[in-house]
Design a protein around this ligand. Structure first.
Ligand SMILES: NC(=O)c1ccc[n+]([C@@H]2O[C@H](COP(=O)([O-])OP(=O)(O)OC[C@H]3O[C@@H](n4cnc5c(N)ncnc54)[C@H](OP(=O)(O)O)[C@@H]3O)[C@@H](O)[C@H]2O)c1
Length: 439
């Protein structure tokens, strides 16, 4: 019988607690779960009450003691944040231990450094839980879809913002009120910035782009806009025009090949046509749509966060490592898809070159000819319009909503500048992205 595989946990919070409880009840799961043994667990505060009951002797406040314990084969980093998480991952690799982490912040910024260290040390770093919580998306991108040329990955990859947007759409509720509710229910952090400002989604799309296109992308260069500026009126108008509003993260290739490969990445509140597969993804759920050649479209859908779903992904990674260890009787073979050799240069195109459809709302005077003048400014800059609608005309003014066909950001910016200079236009009140429908 093969030896047990020793697991060392760094962190016993939401995700760590979920992992520990799976390891404590292996019955009716994959037979290899029986072969995993929780050896040591690092926490910050030994006296904090825990949802899982663990032998106190397993707990320590010294993460290095977990990493260096000779019985630990796999180190699971579920502390979160950049430091000490990054240093602890590197320390584990240097000690010859494979690592499983749910930490998108570290992987999005230091993934290449970590992958190169892992390749040099001959160990694995697996990250299934870092994107999409319980949804298997990392391994499919690395393996199951490996025969495809991936053209685009787009998704709803932040559950907190999707919960807020779903309630805004269903109840006509204001952003601030729903955010407060989400915080009370534990769906949003006390400091919600990472979620509502789109930063968490930007970390995740940077990771997905790296896997889909085989190269590193500069996380800091990802154009990122969150939902905190989104107004209920735009959710309402979008609904009337046949769209939902989602915080969408998109990564797409801009050329068939290239060195560096040109990519476009963005995170932005975006109108999604109601017949689009991503439109029905509501509440805290996540979904990732992968478009590739020859597969076409494939969508991954499910719970994007939470103790159970995220622990499911972490344990799958531990099992992968355990399976490889047992098959090869020890480490030594490195996953070629996370090895340094597969990191080719990718370059993000300038934001002016990003092409997409746009939704814009102007506040205007209720003057004759205003729609024609707005339309004329778009036409002169070769921005073709899919629809232009006037709402709420009254003595106080009117609102004009325009949805364009696909244009470059540069063309759009030029047209918007000209429109805002029109005397009857009082201002640009909203500017969102808009996805193409299926029909
Ligand atoms: N929560 C989710 O649904 C979810 C989903 C996907 C990915 N993730 C990722 O998973 C990771 C963990 O998230 P979480 O929600 O489980 O966080 P959490 O509930 O805040 O738990 C963090 C754990 O790390 C421990 N810790 C913090 N600093 C430490 C240190 N210096 N030394 C030792 N232990 C330390 C804490 O100890 P104490 O308990 O003693 O304070 C706690 O047990 C993050 O990277 C997060 O982005 C989370």
């Amino acid at each position: 019988m093969a030896a047990k595989v020793g697991v060392g946990l760094l962190g016993l919070g939401t995700v760590g607690g979920g992992v520990a409880s799976i390891l404590q009840s292996p019955g009716e799961r994959h037979p290899l779960v029986n072969e995993l043994e929780l050896i040591r667990v690092a926490v910050r505060d030994l006296n904090r009450p825990r949802p899982v009951v663990l032998d106190e002797s397993l707990l320590t406040t010294d993460p290095s003691a977990v990493i260096q314990d000779p019985a630990v084969d796999v180190v699971v980093e579920v502390i979160g944040g950049l430091e000490p998480a990054r240093s602890l991952i590197l320390q584990a690799i240097a000690a010859g231990k494979s690592v499983v982490t749910a930490n998108k912040a570290v992987i999005a910024r230091h993934g290449q450094e970590i992958a190169e260290a892992a390749a040099a040390a001959g160990v694995y770093v697996l990250i299934e839980a870092a994107v999409g919580g319980g949804i298997p998306i990392i391994e499919p991108l690395k393996q199951s879809l490996g025969g495809n040329r991936i053209n685009r990955v787009s998704g709803i990859i932040n559950g907190t913002t999707n919960y807020i947007l779903t309630r805004m759409a269903e109840e006509g509720a204001a952003y601030d009120a729903v955010l407060k509710d989400a915080q009370d229910l534990g769906y949003a952090e006390a400091d919600p910035a990472a979620d509502v400002d789109g930063l968490d989604a930007a970390d995740k799309i940077a990771i997905l782009a790296t896997l889909a296109f085989g190269g590193s992308v500069e996380r800091a260069a990802v154009p990122t806009e969150g939902i905190s500026g989104l107004q209920g009126v735009d959710v309402d108008y979008a609904n009337q025009l046949g769209y939902g509003v989602k915080l969408l993260a998109v990564a797409e290739r801009m050329a068939a090949s290239g060195d560096p490969l040109p990519l476009s990445l963005r995170v932005q509140p975006t109108l999604v046509p109601k017949d689009h597969p991503l439109a029905g993804v509501n509440g805290v759920n996540n979904a990732i749509l992968v478009e590739g050649d020859p597969i076409g479209r494939v969508m991954f859908y499910g719970p994007g966060a939470g103790a159970g779903p995220t622990a499911s992904a972490v344990v799958a990674d531990i099992l992968n490592i355990a399976g490889i260890r047992q098959a090869s009787d020890g480490p030594g073979k490195v996953d070629p898809l996370l090895a340094a050799g597969s990191w080719r240069p990718c370059a993000l195109v300038e934001s002016g070159d990003i092409r997409q459809r746009h939704y814009v709302r102007f506040k205007t005077k209720d003057a004759p000819g205003v729609i024609g003048n707005v339309g004329g400014c778009f036409g002169q800059r070769k921005v073709s319009i899919q629809s232009i609608v006037q709402f709420n005309a009254s003595d106080a003014g009117a609102e004009i909503v325009v949805i364009t066909h696909e244009v470059s950001q540069r063309q759009m910016d030029e047209a918007l500048q000209a429109i805002q200079a029109l005397p009857e236009v009082l201002g640009l009140a909203a500017h969102l992205g808009c996805l193409q429908g299926d029909k």
